[in-house]
Design a protein around this ligand. Structure first.
Ligand SMILES: [Zn+2]
Ligand SMILES: [Zn+2]
Length: 189
């Protein structure tokens, strides 16, 4: 009896250690990377990953991507980081369609501001939605001040990884980029 109480107390305080499914490094915290998009794409596998492996996997998807995307810097108060095509956003009625049209115009091809490589990725500050991605409102009147810049997949991943580490973010759900112009954003799971 007494031993059981001690055991239960011990389990309560013992932190669960998980091994990254790519590099097998043990960690108390990890990201849940879901390229299957909750089972929509059956050939992709959901994985628990450390930050380094998450960014490697994420970059693989970016390197294959041929559309235009806006990637909003992640916020630490939201546990998901997900890609939605503009079509998905219109279909699901999350954002007003005229707001989505504004985004579609911003998403464009250009040259990486760091290394000059051609890219279809635009990095953007979360100020674009006043740090509240679920509100459905964009701040697009003064785009110059939103820190919008074209970055190639390498430079973009370096930047995102830096933010994740600085803010100590661990995502409950990451949807990588996929077919179609769209938006990578923090969101609720
Ligand atoms: Zn790893
Ligand atoms: Zn670059």
């Amino acid at each position: 009896m007494f031993i059981n109480i001690i055991k239960n107390m011990f389990n309560l305080f013992k932190k669960k250690i998980v091994n990254c499914e790519k590099c097998f490094k043990p960690s108390e915290k990890y990201h849940k990377f879901d390229p299957s998009y909750r089972g929509q794409f059956r050939d992709a596998k959901k994985m628990k990953l450390c930050t380094l492996c998450l960014m490697k996997e994420y970059k693989d998807y970016l390197n294959k991507f041929r559309y235009n995307a806006i990637v909003v810097e992640p916020l630490n108060k939201y546990t998901a980081y997900q890609y939605y095509t503009f079509e998905d956003m219109i279909k699901n009625d999350w954002w007003p369609s005229d707001e989505i049209e504004k985004l579609r115009k911003i998403a464009s091809k250009g040259n990486c501001v760091k290394c000059d490589e051609e890219t279809s990725l635009t990095l953007c500050s979360p100020e674009i939605y006043h740090n509240e991605p679920a509100d459905g409102k964009f701040y697009t009147d003064d785009i110059e001040n939103l820190n919008m810049k074209h970055l190639c997949s390498d430079c973009l991943c370096d930047h995102i990884e830096k933010i994740i580490r600085e803010k100590n973010i661990f995502f409950d759900e990451v949807f990588p980029i996929r077919t179609g112009d769209g938006l990578m954003t923090s969101f609720e799971t």
